[in-house]
Write a protein that binds this ligand. Structure first.
Ligand code: G6P
Length: 611
């Protein structure tokens, strides 16, 4: 949450920062702000999106070669101009942007209030900034040193970047828990929360580690730990193209990302799955294959959509590998003092690789001897780096706040891992293994067919967009898909939606059913199909409106539904990669029809780096 950008070098800082903030808006869009150094320190900030800030800055002289920028997802203090970043210190000499949460800010604030400091915002950021300034004043030391001393007392997560009025040749940055990437150009440096604001200028980047402070001049990057020891910056080459983070002719990133799925799933399988040869190569987990095979228990840890992928994977791993699987919300798991035995395998699933709860949950589990596998999309992200091993999902940058292509890629990776382990362990029958490899191989082409239903789904979306509530039902592998469908609708259309196991619906949600309630059944042909059809009958008998995602040619189910979405048949293990797609499109078109900002739904953020 919160996006940060900074620049130092020979170019104009403002346009670089502004463009970068627009790329990072998925991280939060409650307010935006910029601070520039040119003779004096100038700070401009405004509630709302980056475009609102841009509009108010029309016609102002913004010339500067050093600056910092921020787009906010509010934590401390409501989203308004006053609480927007950058913040300035009491003396007016320092400006700072911050992503994260300072947990002990109340105590520090009290100490500063006792010393006569006054605060102009409700933020934890302003407290940290003045705390740094106080240390600098007391010790009469360089800003870099004051930052290091201050951070030793900080509890919480942060990326901070500071500029100092009297030192227009230096940016100071530090990180713990939240992401910071530094792009290295020719006599210039670019800082950002992820690589997207950087790639059009340079592909050489340094991922700053926790507890490191960066002292950045146009032609020099120094990294130090909090103990003032120099650290060697490790330069990585970005493997990402600019086109991947642009809309490419689509109206929204969400639609583009839904339509990318035949390619992203293909990219994810490529080089790993060879259906003809009957092999799966997962070099990232090979080293731990034996331990996974012998594991008594696998725990999937994730949040949001990634948690739903974990639920599907639970069914798949238990079926194919005969290993006990538990799926945990990272936020619960990290605080619950869970039983973790040496040799337990934890699979952390995360698109961003930066979700704070997931990150801390695996840090805790690792310290207790568990093996951590990461199923992560963003290369080089914190979760990827802390994991013992893992497999990237290779879905490319996902910018729409509601996750779509990351989900199907996660399913593809998790299915491959399960197939490999089940086969190598000898619990998965060879014919079934070969059948499933072929089924997986056929998924990209089948997704293409589902996407051909776009116009039909758009028409259905318009028909049901006045609903105020809805129910999504499924069983077995399609139960988590129902949860994901409901989540998509909530996020994008603000319509209340509940996902439920179709049978469990009788124990409560059925009371909601009347002739106004759309009930979306995910009812493709699988081992649960007959049972789901009975559940459809139960809804029909109470006059609910049934919209059924079923297989082509399933006339029996179609006869029970008011509307149908017919998708190609697939083995139940891989079917969720198809059945989720109509639900993504349905949510997108309902949100669009209601005139909402589908790429940036209210109150949400893509990368949740606060707990
Ligand atoms: C946020 C996003 C969701 C995402 C969840 C977990 O809530 O809006 O789309 O599923 O975080 O994120 P992760 O990056 O860990 O998959």
């Amino acid at each position: 949450m919160c996006g940060i950008v900074a620049y130092i070098g020979p170019r104009e800082a403002y346009p670089i920062i502004l463009k970068g903030l627009k790329r990072l808006e998925y991280r939060g869009y409650d307010s935006a702000g910029i601070a520039l150094l040119n003779g004096g320190l100038k700070v401009y900030k405004k509630k709302g999106k980056v475009a609102d800030l841009e509009e108010t800055l029309q016609g102002i002289d913004l010339h500067a070669n050093i600056g910092i920028g921020h787009t906010r997802w509010a934590t401390h203090g409501e989203p308004n101009d006053r609480n927007a970043h950058p913040h300035t210190s009491a003396s007016g000499k320092l400006a700072m942007i911050h992503n994260g949460i300072i947990e002990n800010y109340n105590q520090l604030k009290q100490e500063l209030l006792n010393k006569g400091y006054k605060f102009t915002s409700d933020t934890d950021t302003e407290v940290l900034l003045n705390f740094i300034e106080e240390i600098q004043t007391q010790n009469n030391c360089p800003l870099e040193e004051a930052v290091r001393i201050a951070l030793k007392r900080i509890v919480g997560a942060y990326v901070i970047v500071l500029i100092e009025k009297d030192h227009p040749d230096t940016l100071i940055a530090a990180r713990k828990g939240s992401p910071l990437v530094i792009g290295i150009g020719k006599n210039e440096h670019f800082l950002a929360s992820d690589a997207s604001p950087i790639i059009e200028y340079t592909k050489e980047v340094v991922y700053v580690n926790d507890y490191e402070v960066a002292i950045i001049k146009p032609d020099e990057l120094i990294l130090k730990n909090l103990g003032n020891e120099r650290q060697t910056p490790y330069i990585t080459k970005l493997d990402m193209e600019l086109a991947a983070i642009e809309k490419g002719g689509y109206d929204h990133f969400m639609l583009k990302e839904i339509f990318e799925q035949p390619q992203t799933v293909y990219d994810c399988l490529r080089g790993r799955l060879d259906a003809q040869a009957g092999t799966i190569t997962m070099s990232g987990i090979q080293k731990y294959a034996e331990q996974i095979m012998n594991a008594k228990r696998i725990v999937m840890v994730a949040c949001g959509t990634s948690w739903h992928a974990g639920l599907v994977a639970e069914y798949i791993f238990e079926e194919l590998c005969r290993i006990n699987v538990e799926v945990e919300y990272a936020s619960e798991f990290r605080y619950r003092n869970p039983v973790i035995n040496k040799g337990d395998v934890i699979i952390a699933i995360s698109q961003s690789g930066e979700t704070a709860d997931t990150l801390v949950a695996i840090e805790n589990a690792k310290s207790k001897g568990a093996i951590i596998l990461g199923v992560v999309n963003v290369v080089g992200s914190s979760i990827a780096r802390i994991s013992d091993a893992g497999a990237y999902t290779h879905a490319g940058p996902e910018i729409g706040v509601a996750s779509t292509k990351a989900f199907t890629a996660q399913l593809a990776v998790l299915t491959m891992i399960a197939l490999k382990i089940g086969h190598d362990k000898g619990v998965l029958d060879h014919d079934r293994y070969m059948h499933l490899l072929n089924e997986l191989d056929a998924i990209p082409a089948k997704i293409e067919k589902v996407l051909n239903l776009n116009d039909h789904i758009k028409a259905l979306a318009e028909k049901y967009s006045d609903a105020t509530s809805s129910l999504y039902l499924g069983r077995g592998y399609n139960f988590p898909v129902a949860l994901e469908g409901a989540l998509k609708l909530k996020e994008i259309s603000y319509i209340h939606a509940e996902g439920y196991p179709a049978a469990e619906m009788k124990h409560g949600p059925i009371a909601l059913v009347d002739d106004q309630l759309p009930v979306i059944f995910v009812a493709t042909r699988d081992s649960y199909h007959e049972k789901v059809m009975s559940n459809m009958q139960e809804i029909k008998a109470r006059k609910g409106k049934v919209i059924a995602v079923i297989n082509e040619g399933d006339e029996q189910s179609a006869a029970l539904a008011d509307d149908t979405i017919m998708i190609p048949e697939a083995d139940e293990i891989v079917a969720p990669m198809l059945s989720v797609i109509p639900l993504q499109l349905l949510a997108y078109y309902i949100g669009l029809h209601k005139g909402l900002d589908v790429d940036k739904p209210r109150n949400l953020a893509k990368s949740v780096t606060v707990e």
